[in-house]
Design a binder for this molecule. Sequence first.
Ligand SMILES: O=C([O-])C(=O)C[C@H](O)[C@@H](O)C(=O)[O-]
Length: 317
Amino acid sequence: MTEPARALDGLLAFPFTPFTDDLALDPGVFAEHVAFHVEAGAGALFVGCGTGEFGSLTPGELDTLVRIALDVTGGRVPVWAGAGGGAAAARAGIAAAAAAGADGVLLMPPYLVTGPPEGLVAHVRYAVADTPLPVIVYHRSTSVFTEEAAVSLLSVDSVAGLKDGHGDIERMSRIVTAVRAAGGRGRDFLFFNGLPTAEMSARAYAAIGVRRYSSAVHGCVPEIAQRFHRALAEEDGATMDALLRGFYRPLVALRDETPGFAVSLVKAAARLRGQKVGPVRPPLAEPSADQLRRLERILDDGLAVLASLPGGEGAGR
Ligand SMILES: O=C([O-])C(=O)C[C@H](O)[C@@H](O)C(=O)[O-]
């Protein structure tokens, strides 16, 4: 089993799932996309998660993706797999990830229904069963934890951390404080900022003790994502400000025009930059021609900002 605290210190990348024009899985392009992330310096890969369109994949497709990622990475970076849905599907997904050889699992929220806080903890306990893999629980939509419920997760041995996609920073601050105060495993429990376009909120989350975050942008403009990640580690506010102003804020404004664009837009950006990752599956929608033009401009502006930073590591598209 991967030691999660040690293995998840770099920038966490969430690969796209490439599809052909008729929306079939494209394994060859996925292999290239995995290599792209590794060469760009990803600290870990989370395959078939939110950015990888988990909800649109069959268990067989997800298994194919995990096995390709393991093969291409060859142990250079940990490969975590998405699992989730209803209780039985989540349990089967975690078992399948373990059988494929994944290093860990991101447990997506239960499908459609939610329950009381103790029900959410019971869902996690049922889903992980006796897995040998570390599991990170996604705190989002049908799976929003109270402080007490988050502390209860410490009694589930395989649960190594919580990833926030909900965005209530006060609640998250209370959860971090309560879990750390619980002592024991609570001291090393991992917390992640997994909000859409997480760089936009990364500084605020770091301030409450949540320094790890995931980056969907790493799939399309990894040089910007890596530079922002380094700036956060070095507390280089000027660089973060420049990238937020010149790239992330315009990207987030465009993202917010259409539901689902947290995924569609970065996948479209990857295509604009030459990756053959194909379209999104429904219900996600593609950007319009006008939105694509504006996206292209945002990418150009972001790369220009990157090139203008001290050390000028900009690269053309
Ligand atoms: O499950 C997912 O794909 C995510 O939520 C991670 C993304 O990388 C998110 O943090 C983002 O959009 O930066």
